[in-house]
Design a protein around this ligand. Structure first.
Ligand code: NAP
Length: 275
């Protein structure tokens, strides 16, 4: 199943997260994920595993055209020329001629050059080096600024999203602008959302695992989850969410797990620096 993007392209409804996989473990995990059926693979310069992702793709024997490989420009490379060089570096490590999705990893307030990095991505798309361009960890005011500078709306904003942080307001802004939400830490890594009653009850009602209930919640809300697992069985489980449908009440109950204080467990893009 695919999700349509504003620029006419489409990406799978569920992707594979590759952080913090490295070296042989990364090649093995990405390889088994490809065997399980993942075609959207999420990496980043800062994950230091682009070479391994490229290697796993080549070893899989699956046609290049089937993959949507996405990577991210780090904060230290937001100046225009450095952003162009960063994407060229990703292509070289991945062993690809074109990046399917290029994202800005974080806005990085102390650098304050994310609009330059966005101009670079707009030009790289025009020149055919990147097929789809987007951002990650952007607040509405960051989105407004890059649209103001270039007139180009990103196709994707990849943000922290899970039952404890359902991004209700940001997703409404995305819908208004025609941006697809990708969800990082979609299972709420290590926070034990699996044990929460709305997740447990929905899973029991449909005879699925708690992780499957959460991933189905993402799919029905229209966000594209990027679960990471190095376990082949869990990799398959995380893609197998099409045999059941959550009710509106179940969806609302899972969204209702949002923390009352609105606190996220990752960094706030207005203060978090990731170079
Ligand atoms: P996650 O996918 O929510 O959680 C991963 C954890 O859940 C791992 O410990 C994994 O263990 C476990 N798990 C996976 N499937 C499971 C299942 N079916 N049942 C039980 N446990 C399961 O969180 P994440 O790894 O933080 O995020 C996913 C991806 O998002 C990353 O790999 C990365 O690609 C992306 N990301 C992006 C940003 C950004 O700033 N843009 C930030 C963070 C992450 P096993 O491996 O042992 O299965």
């Amino acid at each position: 199943m695919n999700t349509a993007l504003r620029d006419g392209a489409a990406i799978p409804e569920i992707g594979f997260g590759t952080s913090p996989l490295k070296g042989k473990d990364a090649i093995r995990a990405v390889g088994s994920a490809i065997e399980a059926g993942y075609r959207l693979i999420d990496t980043a310069v800062n994950y230091e595993n682009e070479s391994e992702v490229g290697e796993a793709i080549r070893r899989s024997g699956v046609e290049r055209a089937e993959f949507v490989v996405q990577s991210k420009i780090p904060g230290r490379d937001h100046a225009y020329d450095r952003a162009v060089a960063s994407v060229r570096g990703s292509l070289s490590r991945l062993g690809l001629d074109q990046l399917d999705v290029g994202l800005i990893h974080w806005p990085n307030p102390s650098v304050d050059l994310y609009a330059d990095a966005w101009r670079a991505l707009v030009d790289l798309q025009r020149d055919g080096l990147v097929r789809v361009i987007g951002v990650s960890n952007f607040h509405p005011h960051h989105l407004a600024r890059i649209v103001d500078v270039t007139g180009v709306v990103p196709a994707i904003n990849q943000v922290e999203m899970h039952p404890y942080f359902p991004q209700v307001a940001l997703r409404a802004e995305h819908e208004r602008l025609g941006i697809i939400t990708e969800a990082w830490s979609p299972l709420g890594k290590g926070m034990n959302a699996y044990g929460e009653a709305p997740v447990r009850d929905a899973a029991a009602a449909h005879g699925v695992s708690p992780a499957q209930a959460i991933l189905r919640w993402h799919v029905q809300l229209g966000s594209v989850p990027l679960p990471k697992s190095e376990n082949p069985q869990r990799q398959r489980e995380n893609l197998d969410v099409y045999g059941f449908t959550l009710t509106d009440d179940e969806l609302a109950a899972i969204t209702g797990l949002a923390r009352a204080d609105g606190r996220r467990f990752g960094g706030d893009p207005d203060t978090h620096e990731e170079m």
